[in-house]
Design a protein around this ligand. Structure first.
Ligand code: 5AD
Ligand code: SF4
Length: 448
């Protein structure tokens, strides 16, 4: 590769989960510290970071087409870094197949992006997919450094990696073993985000409710302890967390839903399937009954909680009768929101080589029926909110002049018209409901 001028502008494109969004922001902050600025909308960037996801589908193929699309009319390309989970899983292949890529950096190594960039400008290509346990966070610049502002809602990674080894999932291989970030670092990062303008923080982890730590006196804490402490930040209005495993819903965390007013009444608790045989083959280590028991306890603590889940249809060996059990589970729970996917064999995972892989047409049909049931329920949930008065955290402007969009405590998108500003909490009457959003009427603005 040839030597190139040091880049002045960058663009980070993040795919996949919210943790990738968080990582993308942190990479942006590292580059900003190096003096790079975000490329203006519609203009080519000197450096493009493709922050990839490997969870489903032909994610790697998508990366190659994205790389191809970065080629400019004169045949040149920007500096390209491939980051994220495809980089971790397939870094060497990317380097071999895509000569325009000069950096490949895994999710646990991106704090070294600036050094890799120095090498790339000298014409050297570099791959870094090391998995040091927690070196990354210590090496990143503090949030809000140099006066950088945060939007009204921010993500905060508190836990990373997974030791659960569900048989369909690549995460234990791409993100590594479970680690919890230290308590003091998290309190510090949250305070900085709030100082920079955040009013809502979503705590992130692949198994966020497996987070453990110690307070300054050496007392053991779970996620609920961290949430209770964060709730003391005066300007922080809302706390959320995702994604949780049913087996890590501790008594303390369930109780926090009833006791901490800033903890929003929303729980994303994936179940994946409604058949105990399938759950066992998935190595989920919970049953339908134990999952429903958890939900019952959470609902007792916080009766108005909105529930959300993840579902996979067509796991190897899934029969029509087993799929019907998933539909029954959905009927029993009444989810406010959900994410559903066709099973996608991931290289290196046990399920990829299991017998009984389900035909694509069958998966298509099941997914359609599942999604019909889920959207019926989310519409019912939204309709049941009509007539309520609730607080909306204003996040952005809507399409029409004078229109604003924000979120209800139950994570519903609500649009309304009137005077407002980003990051304020307004009181709105919920007037009309669709499957994906609600229309509201502004009642009151909190004093500025
Ligand atoms: N195929 C389909 N869906 C998957 N998920 C994870 N791995 C796979 C896979 N191999 C889904 C699960 C998980 C969500 C993040 O993605 O539902 O909860
Ligand atoms: Fe995708 Fe999982 Fe990686 Fe997130 S952690 S980017 S969902 S593979």
């Amino acid at each position: 590769m040839r030597q190139v001028a040091p880049p002045r502008t960058y663009r980070v494109k993040s795919f996949g989960c919210q943790m990738n969004v968080y990582d993308g922001e942190r990479m942006g902050e590292l580059l900003a510290e190096r003096g790079l600025s975000v490329a203006p909308e519609g203009e080519d960037a000197d450096l493009v970071v493709l922050n990839t996801c490997h969870i489903r589908e032909k994610a790697a193929e998508k990366v190659y087409s994205d790389i191809g699309r970065l080629r400019r009319e004169d045949g040149s390309s920007p500096l390209i870094a491939v980051a994220g989970c495809v980089a971790q899983a397939e870094g060497d292949e990317i380097m071999a197949r895509a000569p325009s890529v000069s950096m490949v950096v895994g999710p646990q190594a991106y704090h070294r992006l600036p050094e890799m960039l120095d090498r790339a400008t000298k014409g050297e290509r570099a791959t870094d997919t090391d998995m040091p346990a927690d070196a990354k966070f210590a090496a990143l610049p503090p949030r809000g450094k140099g006066g950088r502002r945060s939007g009204p809602t921010a993500f905060l990674t508190v836990q990373e990696g997974c030791d659960k080894f569900c048989t369909y999932c690549v995460v234990p291989y791409t993100r590594g073993a479970e680690i919890s970030r230290p308590y003091a670092d998290l309190i510090d990062e949250a305070a900085r985000l709030v100082d920079a303008g955040a009013r809502e923080i979503t705590l992130l982890g692949q198994n966020v409710n497996a987070w453990t730590g110690e307070d300054s006196k050496g007392r053991a804490l779970g996620l609920d302890g961290l949430i209770r402490e964060l709730a003391k930040l005066p300007d922080l209005q809302r706390i959320r967390y995702t994604t949780s495993h049913p087996n890590d819903m501790t008594e303390g965390l369930i109780a926090a839903h009833g006791e901490v007013g800033k903890l929003m009444p929303y729980l994303h608790l994936p179940v994946q399937a409604g058949s105990d045989r399938v759950l066992k083959a998935m190595n989920r280590s919970h049953t339908v009954e134990s999952y429903l028991k958890v939900l019952e306890r959470v609902r007792t603590a916080r009766p108005d909680i909105a529930l959300s889940g993840d579902f996979i249809v067509g796991f190897p060996g899934e029969t029509e009768a087993e799929f019907a059990e998933t539909l029954s589970l959905i009927d029993a729970v009444g989810y406010a929101a959900a994410f559903s996917f066709k099973y996608s064999p991931r290289p290196g995972t046990p399920a990829a080589t299991m017998e009984g892989q389900v035909a694509m047409e069958v998966m298509d049909d099941r997914l359609q029926r599942l999604q019909a049931a889920l959207s019926r329920d989310s519409l019912a949930f939204n309709r049941a909110s009509v007539g309520k008065t609730c607080d909306i955290l204003v996040e952005r402007k809507g399409r029409h002049p004078g229109q604003w969009i924000g979120k209800s405590p139950w994570l519903q998108s609500v649009h309304f018209e009137g005077e407002s500003r980003f990051g304020e909490i307004v009181t709105v009457d919920l007037a009309e409901a669709g499957p994906n959003s609600l229309a509201g009427r502004l009642v009151e603005r909190a004093p500025a």
